[in-house]
Design a protein around this ligand. Sequence first.
Ligand code: ADP
Length: 601
Amino acid sequence: MKRFRNKLTIIFLLIVGLSVIGLGIFTANYLKNSQIETMKEGMVREMTLILAAVTWSGNSDLEEAIHYFESEAQRFKEYATTRFTFIDTQGNVLGDTEENAWEMDNHIDRPEIQEAYETGMTASSIRYSDTLKQEMLNVAMPVYDGDQLVGFLRSGLALSGVNETVSRVWTYYIVGLIVLFLLSGMVSYWVARGLTRPLENMTRVAKQITKSNDQSRVTIIRQDEVGELGKAINTMAQGLQDQMRRIAENEGRLKTVLENLISGVILIDCKQRISFVNKAAEEIVGNAAEAMAEKTIDHAGIEQRDFLEMIRQGMEQKEADSKEMIFHYPSERTLEINFVPLFQGELWAGAIVVLHDITAIKRLERMRSEFVANVSHELKTPIASIKGFTETLLAGTVEDTETAKSFLQIIYDESERLNRLILDILQLSEIESKRAPLFFSPIELGEFINRTLQMLDNEARRKEVRLEADVEENTYIEADEDRLRQVLINLLSNGIQYSPRGSIVKVEIQPLTVSDEPELDKIRIRVSDSGMGIPKKDIPRIFERFYRVDKARSRRSGGTGLGLSIVKHIVELHQGTINIESEVGVGTSFIIDLPVIQHHS
Ligand code: ADP
C-alpha cells in the first residue's frame, strides 16, 4: 500500500512539475518575443527620426559619404539609446555610433540587410555579435530617395536586458516550482494517504477474516466510494460470519446426532484413515476414539479380526456390504455391521461403517423361538399322558374299576394342568403385548390381603400350611386389583407348594417413606416361607418363562413355570421392583416395592 501511495505522489508531482515547466517555457518565450517586439518598435521610431535628420546623398563619393555619416553618427550617439550604422546599397559601412566606419567590413551579407534588401522593407535578426561579445537585436531599414534605394540604416540593441528579464522570470518560476512541489507533494501525500489508509484498513480486515477472525470490521469514516467499499466489505464479512455460524451450527447438530446415536458410526476417508468415531462405536470396538482417530484402519488397534477384514475388503472393493458378527471383545455381543462406500459425485470419498448392536434383538428372537418350543413341549406332555390313559381305557383292558378311576383322575389332573397352562400363557401374552390396559384404583390392603388368603385356604389346608398376614389397617395403594391379586396368588401358592407340611407362609405389608415427598412413598410387600429355598445360581433365571429349579418336582406339584414371569411383568407394569432373598433349606422371601401412587405418563 506504501508503494501505491508513493507512486501516486510521484505521478502527481510529475504532472505538476511538467505543467509548471511547460508554462514557464511558454511564458518566457512570450515575454521575450513581446519585449523584442517593443524594442523593435522603439528602434524603428528612433530610426525614422534619425532618417528625417540626415540627408542621404545618393551616389556621391564613398569617402565623402563616410566623413559625413561618421560625423552624423557621433552627433546622434549622444541622444540615441541604441547603436546606429549607416550602410550604402553595396554594404559599405558609412558610419557607426560605436565603431570606426573606416575599419569595418562590408555588411551586405548580414541577414537583416539581406532581408531588407530583398523585401525592401524593415527587417530584423538576432545574432551574436563578435565585436560586442553579446546577443544583439539588429533592425535594418531600407532608405529610399523617391523610388530609389539609397542605403540602409541599421540599429542594434543588446538583448542582455531581455535575457535578464527572462532569466529573472525563470528564477521566479523555479522558486515557485519548488514551493509548489513541496506543497503539492504534501497535498498529494495527504490525499493518497486518505485514499490508501482505508484501503490498508480493508486489506487488514480482509486478511483477518481469512484467518477466521470474522468479528473484524472496517472502520468507516468516509462517505465516498471508498466508504462504500468498506461498507460492502463489512456486509460481506457479516454474511460470511452468518454463514460460518450456520455451518458451525449444522456441523454441531450433525455431530451431536452422530455422537449420540445408539448405533456405532465410524467414518473412514479415502486414504484408509479413520476420521470420526462416535461414542457407541468406541464402546463396541472397545477402543478410545482418540486412539483411533487419524490412524489408518490397520493401525487403529481394532482387535476384532473379522470386522477388520470386512472393512479392508469393503475399502478395496468400494462396495456396500452387510454382515452379522459376534464380538467377543470387549463384551459378548451380536452386531449387524453395514459398510457403505461414500462417493462425492464420481469421486471415492471413503466409507461409513455402522454397527448396530442386535444382541437384545437376537436374544428376544431366541427367547421367542425357545418359548414356542417350550410351549409345544409343555402342551405335549399332558396331551400325551391324556391320550395314553384314554387309549388304555378305550381298549377296555382295564377291568378293575379302582384302576380305571385312578386313570380318569390322572386324565382330569392333566387336563386341568393343560387348562392352567393355557390360561397362564394367555395371561402372559396379554400382559406382555400391553394390549390389556391396567385399571388402577385405590386398594385397602388389609381387606385385600385377607380376601386373597381366603381364596388360597383350600390349597393351604390340603398341604397343611398356615397362611398369615401382617397388615396395618388403612394402608392404601393405587394398583390394578385383579393383577395385584394374581401376583399374591402366584407367590403364595409357590410358597405353599415349595414348603414342608406344617410350615407357615407369611405376607407382610410395610410402608416405606423414601423422602419428604409423599408422592414417592412406597409399599413393601414381603411374601416369605420357610421352605426348600432357591439355589443362588438359579435366582437370576427364576423369572424366565418355564424356568424351574427342579423340573420333575414342579411338574408333580402342577406348576406351569410361568407364575414368576407373570409376577415380574405385573410388578414392572406398576413401576415396582421385585427381589428375592433365599437360602436353600431355610426359606425364601419375595420382596416387592410398589409406589403408593401411580404416576401416569
Ligand atoms: P412353577 O409353576 O413351576 O412354580 P414359577 O414361575 O412360579 O413356576 O416358579 C419357577 C420356579 O422357581 C419353580 O419351579 C421353583 O423351582 C422355583 N420357586 C418359585 N417359588 C419358590 C419358593 N417359594 N421356594 C422355592 N422355590 C421356588
